[in-house]
Ligand binder design. Sequence first.
Ligand code: AMP
Ligand code: ZN
Length: 104
Amino acid sequence: MPDCLFCKIINKEVDSEIVYEDDLCVAFKDINPKARVHLLVVPKKHIASVADIAEEDEALMGHLIMVAKKLAAKNDAKGYQLQFNVGKEAGQIIFHVHLHLMAR
Ligand code: AMP
Ligand code: ZN
């Protein structure tokens, strides 16, 4: 999606602190961290919101959680929060699906 900030980060057209990348997703540091560890795990496929995922995205969405779990362990997080904000009413400001990983 040409006007999507996270697509631009995925395509390296916009700088970010990428900490993980594979065929399906990237993870980078949130620019305005709300916790000691605050990463965003983002599918390379542009999907606007969890409200827009399709049946075919089921494995991809599971993959995001698996990656988040591994990144939490790598960052010595004992407990952590995983959060999807879905829709502007819930505080979603970037309309490309992303899983927040936050750990104190
Ligand atoms: P959300 O409210 O779920 O849409 O969260 C969007 C998140 O993206 C916020 O926590 C922002 O701080 C973060 N963010 C916005 N722009 C960037 C950027 N250029 N690089 C990294 N994180 C960003
Ligand atoms: Zn996008």
